[in-house]
Design a protein around this ligand. Structure first.
Ligand code: GAL
Length: 995
């Protein structure tokens, strides 16, 4: 039952497909000298559980709301106090599935509804003439607006602006604004994006004065002719007036064309001209970027030049405020992107806060602006009743497209319109594209969900694997389903609007994609899925912070941690995936020819020269600096290359003294001066070359004379510094250090990518094969004259497949050629041989061991500083690094394998304040991870806060590891990074060492 005094007809809009009543026509968002009253701030708020529980007359100016609480506008009510005790419902996460029965346009009776009220007084400068417009930048999901008790209208389209004419009800003194917002509405069927469901007035609200003879709407057409270097400007408007661009000396009438030589706008050179549009009643500030976007000759071009998009998909997210972002956060996103060589953003899957686009214009990013549309949940019902194909929804879809294009049409950065995401196929999408082409012929249209691509200007796909992407690059892809469309689609450029699913550890295989993009002109790059993990900051009852994901709020239907798949963590700390992406897409390719003593630089930018960069070289001997300096490189134009000889200082450093250590040269390109998005000195690109490979490590430890004898004495066997358990053959002590000695280990806590996959996951196969529960049977422990041989068979219950592992220990004399610090060194050579049928890959092949937790200070010479796996190692550079054990952990929201460092020559673990430590080294590089918990504990935890530090540091040392791939959504591990069980021999030297 509805509250008695509410007329049910007054709530009909909630379940109506109609996009809204009483709204003004959509128009550009702009700043002018007209008076505006900011209505953000603390509003009175009450949450009703359903439409049956609404407050009668809540809109009446004299309604007593003093008992209501205050809620900030903008915000989502579910985020209120979300860290400890959410007060108004909770965020709920689903990916594809609608969290309510699919019965469009109806929604559940349990429809939480926020009642908002605030008062305002017109400012003294409010003119006596003109009109007053209430503007809502974003309200999720349907709302009705009342001013001074009078209903102005209603609206839907959460991430789009809505305006109402308030003129006739505005009062000179006190005004009371009341807004009713419903969590669910017919509009929810169009807003099934993969993200948290949240509600409320989550973007700003303002009362705008509209002066008589003011500007209503206007459209800046600012083209650039790359052949003549001229810009053409024409500003259309629904008022007469003039446009001035002082810097260009332009002063033209609205609707009139003018040309002038200009500097073009590109994402690399975001040249904006300040301008003004003046009518009799208003002055509007414009920032104009001249550029021309075309699809011609099968390529997407700006100013005639084909683009290579190094993009990301960006949702709006903040762990404390949800989809309400400050302008500082928006800027931070763009700065972080630019610092990581990202040049493009797809605003997945809705138009962002308009201020974000202002910043993209200013700082330079290519933007694919996407409409607030996704109907993915219909897919689970075989697309029956999909709004994209149902004429009853056409107006609702067109309305959304119009509101996006009209709001954002004056942004230089927006180079493409996207109809939405994952909304199947249907004529309503075609209608949106047709309308857009007619309204704005200057921007191509994008939509991924209709693979035949009949009404779009680029062929776009998501998660196509490398092989298919390569075929598309060659133009040999499978034909369209409608043969009539094949020729059209083959003529289109290709982008991957989503690829490289950045969920948890990964994504692997980015370098291989980039190679394809650089090889085939038709492949114009793509957008990583996605920018940020949508984790919600919460606290355990003990006050420990963590980031919640789907299911953490007790949702009945949810998609778990699939919401955490970004290149940055929820607090915007870069994940290793972002560091990898930065390296993979670096716009300047540096190479070293050590024999010829030259450095080559290829400028992979599309527009800018390398004038903003300076080059730097550094030589290191086993990671210790041995010389550095500047490298003079002439300015290299976009697409060009240059080769320069080493300066004498570099040659000198390369030749200096004979070194027993590895000598590496690193050349890097850095910003020559401060840029708006990064300070001078910021590194953009780098390359490393080995100058010497170092002294060959002794291939065998001397035995015979001088080598310490082996002593077997009851339960213990002693070999050099090592003490072994005589029954198990395991090392238990090394010098003074207690050790849980090494033994064969192949398990890793499955990553998100291991856990998912189109054709069954690797993790399922590994568990079925028992790789997580291998048993070690000791077949023999054989002390010899100079060494110890331990033979084992490692296998899982129920299986006759096994890995035979033979451990051969030998010792160097104390103080001999062994370790630094004079302690003795033990050499362990492990021989692994698979027996029986092995039809699964291995997560890794190596050892595990443990040492006391006090050994928390870690240093190594190898690749770093970040984690790296076989298919995510582009960004790891060779050097000497140090960290404590905690710092080696990557805090993925869902705990999983992480933190492994690769190509390690030696690693040392010691007490933080100095003392006896453990040094591991080997004749061939290995990978290591050091953790306060075991792989099994990592595997069992659902949140990092569940991981408990014990009294050991657990080490994994690997001869080989499987890559990580991107199977959580996309291709799995590429064949070259899959790890097959095969005979393997590897050696690790163990030494107790003083530091
Ligand atoms: C895509 C979708 C995204 C996201 C991603 C997986 O299919 O467009 O919104 O769900 O998959 O994380």
């Amino acid at each position: 039952m509805l509250s008695d005094r509410l007329d049910p007809a007054s709530l009909k809009y909630v379940e109506s497909r109609d996009p809204g009543q009483g709204r003004l026509a959509p128009r550009a968002r702009y700043r002018s000298d007209a008076v505006a009253l900011d209505l953000d701030g603390a509003w009175r708020f009450r949450l009703a559980d359903s439409l049956h529980d609404l407050t009668p007359d809540f809109e009446a100016p004299d309604h007593d709301d003093t008992g209501w609480e205050r809620l900030p506008v903008p915000s989502s009510w579910q985020m209120r106090d979300v860290a400890d005790a959410p007060r108004h419902g909770t965020p709920a996460y689903t990916n594809v599935v609608y969290p309510f029965p699919v019965d469009p346009p109806r929604v559940p009776d349990a429809n939480p509804t926020g009642e908002y009220r605030r008062e305002f007084t017109l400012p003294p400068e409010w003119p006596g003439t003109g009109r007053g417009v209430l503007r809502f930048e974003g309200v999720d999901s349907a709302f009705a607006v009342f001013l001074n008790g009078v209903r102005l209208g209603d609206g839907k389209g959460s991430r789009l602006p809505t305006e109402f004419d308030a003129t006739d009800v505005l009062r000179p003194g006190r005004n009371v604004l009341a807004v009713r917002v419903h969590q669910w509405s017919a509009g929810s069927y169009l807003e099934d994006q993969d993200m948290w469901w949240m509600s409320g007035i989550f973007r700003s609200v303002a009362l705008l004065h509209r002066p008589q003879d003011g500007v209503g709407d206007f459209f800046v057409h600012a083209d650039y002719d790359h052949l003549t270097g001229e810009g053409t400007l024409r500003v259309d408007a629904d008022a007469t007036g003039r446009v001035t661009v002082p810097e260009l000396g332009l002063d033209v009438a609205v609707g009139e064309r003018a040309t002038a030589p200009v500097g073009p706008w590109t994402a690399e050179t975001p040249r904006l001209y300040d301008a003004e549009l003046t009518t009799a009643g208003e002055r509007v500030r414009l920032r104009i970027g001249f550029r021309t976007v075309t699809v011609s000759g099968g390529l997407l071009r700006v100013n005639g030049t084909p683009l290579l998009l190094r993009g990301v998909n960006r949702h709006e997210w903040d762990p404390d405020t949800g989809r309400t972002l400050t302008v500082e956060t928006m800027r931070q996103d763009i700065e972080l992107m630019k610092r990581h060589n990202i040049n493009a953003v797809r605003t997945s899957h809705y138009p962002p806060d308009g201020r974000f686009l202002d910043l993209c214009d200013e700082l330079g990013l290519w933007v694919v602006d996407e409409c607030d549309l996704e109907t993915h949940g219909f897919h689970l019902n075989d697309w029956r009743g999909n709004p994209s194909a149902d004429p009853a929804w056409r107006e609702a879809l067109l309305d959304r497209m119009r509101r996006m294009v009209e709001r954002d049409k004056n942004h230089a950065g927006v180079i493409m319109w996207s109809l939405g995401n994952e909304s199947g196929t249907g004529d309503n999408l075609r209608a949106m594209a047709d309308w857009s082409h007619q309204r704005d012929p200057g921007r191509p249209v994008h939509y991924e969900g209709d693979w035949d691509s009949g009404y779009v200007d680029v062929y776009s796909r998501m998660y196509a694997d490398h092989a298919e992407t390569d075929r598309i690059g060659h133009g040999t892809e499978d034909p369209t389903t409608d043969p009539e469309l094949d020729e059209h689609r083959r003529s289109l450029p290709f982008i991957l609007c989503e690829y490289g699913h950045a969920m948890g550890n990964g994504p692997g295989g980015l370098s291989e994609y980039q190679r394809l993009f650089e090889q085939h002109p038709r492949l114009q790059g793509g957008f990583i899925w996605e920018w940020i993990d949508h984790g919600v900051r919460r606290r355990t009852p003990e006050g420990e912070e963590f980031f919640a994901y789907g299911g953490d709020f007790g949702e009945v239907v949810h998609d778990g941690n699939f919401v955490a798949d970004g290149l940055v963590f929820p607090d915007r700390t870069p994940s290793p995936g972002l560091i990898e992406y930065k390296k993979v897409v670096e716009p300047v390719a540096i190479r070293v020819d050590a024999a010829a003593r030259t450095v080559s630089v290829r400028n992979g930018l599309d527009f800018a020269g390398t004038g903003q960069l300076r080059f730097h070289w550094r030589v290191e001997d086993e990671g210790v600096p041995a010389g550095q300096g500047e490298l003079a490189v002439p300015v290299v134009a976009a697409g060009d290359s240059a080769v320069v000889s080493w300066p004498p200082e570099l040659s000198g450093a390369a030749d200096a003294g004979a070194v027993g250590a590895e000598r590496w040269l690193t050349v890097s390109a850095r910003l020559a001066k401060d840029e708006p998005w990064a300070p001078a000195g910021h590194e953009v690109a780098w390359f490393q070359a080995a100058l010497t490979t170092g002294a060959p490590a002794p291939s065998a430890i001397r035995s015979g004379a001088g080598a310490p004898a082996l002593r077997a004495d009851g339960a213990r066997i002693t070999l050099g510094d090592g003490v072994f358990d005589a029954r198990t053959g395991r090392l238990v002590r090394l010098g003074a250090l207690p050790v849980e000695g090494p033994r064969l280990d192949v398990w890793r806590a499955p990553t998100d990518n291991d856990l998912r996959g189109r054709r069954g996951s690797d993790a399922e196969k590994w568990r079925a094969a028992g790789l997580d529960r291998l048993e070690h049977k000791v077949l023999s422990v054989e002390p010899g004259d100079t060494g110890l041989t331990v033979t084992t068979r490692v296998a899982a219950a129920g299986s006759d497949a096994a890995l035979s592992a033979v451990y051969r220990w030998s010792a160097a004399p104390s103080g001999g050629d062994g370790g630094a610090g004079g302690a003795g060194r033990l050499r362990l050579t492990v021989e692994v041989r698979p027996a029986g049928v092995w039809d699964v890959t291995l997560p890794r092949l190596g050892l595990r061991a443990a040492v006391p937790a006090a050994l928390s200070a870690v240093s190594w010479f190898g690749a770093g500083p970040h984690e790296a796996y076989p298919d995510t190692r582009a960004a790891a550079r060779v050097g000497r690094f140090a960290s404590d054990v905690d710092g080696l952990q990557t805090p993925y929201l869902f705990p999983q394998e992480n933190g492994s460092r690769t190509d390690v020559r030696w690693v040392r673990l010691g007490p933080a304040g100095g003392g006896t430590g453990l040094r591991l080294s080997g004749p061939t590089p290995f990978s290591f991870a050091a953790r306060p918990w075991t792989s099994e504990e990592l595997d069992a935890a659902a949140h990092p806060t569940e991981l408990v530090r014990g009294d050991l540091v657990h080490l994994t040392l690997d001869a080989a590891r499987q890559g990580v791939g991107s199977a959580s959504c996309g291709p799995g591990v590429l064949p070259e990074y899959r790890l097959l069980a095969a005979p393997t021999v590897f050696t690790v030297d163990w030494a107790a060492e003083e530091a």
